[in-house]
Design a protein around this ligand. Structure first.
Ligand code: HEM
Length: 340
């Protein structure tokens, strides 16, 4: 061994001791190195990109209703690097939602929610709800026509649930406008909640392990290396998408009109509104989250209940995809008694 190699190795060992990296030397099932066991970690990678780019965007965004649209228009027209960060933010939000759904479907199919992992599943359901809330509060910050219509829908939905919907009412706190409060939720309450629930999710994974089975083991450190490689490819794909398809900003929003459709993550709810009126806005999420909540209770052991749960999950998933496609191709509809 040369002197240089010895110095590098010594420095590496010292760093490992100081940072406690030996804690990563535990065994995990070798099957956990398959892609379907990496989707959760890839979601985490997308969330990191979201957090980093969001931290920069907050320096440029002005959450006052009359200044919000202009502040985004400014960064799109005058700050090319920040424009790229905005596109990375928007694309990583889409990536996080797509990946979290792929993760959910993979876990559902391998029945990773069965005991003792019920709490792990329920913490995931909370994370999914928080990601939807982050996506909604983020999309309305543009204050363009789509955002104004999304807020009008949210207020109408809040009316339907009575006192529970109070925080989404424009007059909830007289000293702060709704858009500014939604911004507050987007940059503080919701990210903090994600971090807290994610910590619980990861703690449970560390202590319960994943349901990969099989006797063959590998070191967690080598699993991390693979995740690093897959994460790098995911980030490269997000960068490529952001460069190829920059995100649009529509004209400043005007109240009282319903001309647009929501961002793709909400199209299944929009489809339900087309079919059932404003009640569809509550019905569709209630069916999805109600089903997800009962999955670990309905499917505990192999048998009739397990088969029914699996078939119901597959039907629900197919309906959701069909609803998104239908809403994407159907003409825009009025749901709130507004001008078109
Ligand atoms: C922010 C979103 C999420 C992140 C970052 C995340 C992260 C992870 C990671 C890293 C794993 C371990 C490896 C793997 O199976 O992928 C995992 C496992 C798991 N996750 Fe998530 N997850 C998220 C959302 C969800 C959701 C929405 C659900 C279900 C509703 C869920 C349920 C589970 C379960 C049950 C396991 C254990 C799977 C098994 O042992 O087979 N997670 N998650």
């Amino acid at each position: 061994m040369t002197v240089k190699q010895a110095v590098v190795r010594g420095a590496g060992r010292m760093l490992q001791d100081r940072l406690g990296l030996h804690g990563l030397d535990y065994a995990v099932p070798a099957r956990a190195n398959r892609l379907d066991f990496m989707l959760g970690a890839l979601t985490l990678v997308a969330l990191v990109v979201l957090g980093l780019t969001g931290a920069v965007l907050t320096q440029y965004y002005n959450p006052a209703p009359l200044a919000a649209h202009d502040s985004i228009r400014y960064l799109i027209t005058a700050e090319p690097l920040v424009t790229l960060l905005r596109d990375l933010h928007v694309w990583s939000a889409s990536a996080a939602l797509l990946l979290v759904f792929a993760h959910l479907v993979a876990v559902f199919w391998r029945r990773g929610f069965r005991g003792p992992r019920e709490g792990l599943w329920w913490s995931g359901v909370l994370l999914l709800a928080l990601l939807f809330a982050l996506s909604f509060t983020g999309s309305v910050l543009r204050a363009d026509q789509e955002a104004v219509e999304a807020i009008a829908h949210a207020v109408a939905g809040a009316n339907l649930v009575g006192p529970l919907g109070a925080p989404l009412q424009p007059g909830f706190t007289p000293s702060s406008p709704l858009l500014t409060r939604l911004y507050g939720m987007h940059v503080s309450v919701l990210p903090l909640a994600v971090v807290a629930i994610l910590a619980l999710h990861l703690w449970l994974i560390r202590h319960l392990g994943v349901s990969a089975g099989g006797g063959v083991k590998t070191a967690f450190r080598s699993h991390l290396r693979l995740i690093g490689g897959a994460g790098f490819i995911a980030v490269a794909a997000i960068v490529a998408l952001a460069l190829a398809w920059p995100h649009d900003l529509l004209a400043p929003g005007v109240d009282g009109y319903e001309l647009t459709k929501p961002d793709w993550p909400f199209l299944w709810i929009y489809a339900a509104e087309n079919l059932f009126g404003m009640n569809g806005m509550l019905l569709a999420p209630a069916v999805l989250f109600g089903f997800l909540a009962i999955v670990p209770l309905a499917d505990r052991v192999d048998g009739r209940a397990a088969t029914i749960t699996r078939v119901a999950g597959a039907v629900l998933f197919a309906l959701m995809v069909a609803a998104i496609v239908y809403a994407a191709v159907a003409p825009a509809q009025v749901h709130l008694d507004m001008a078109m």
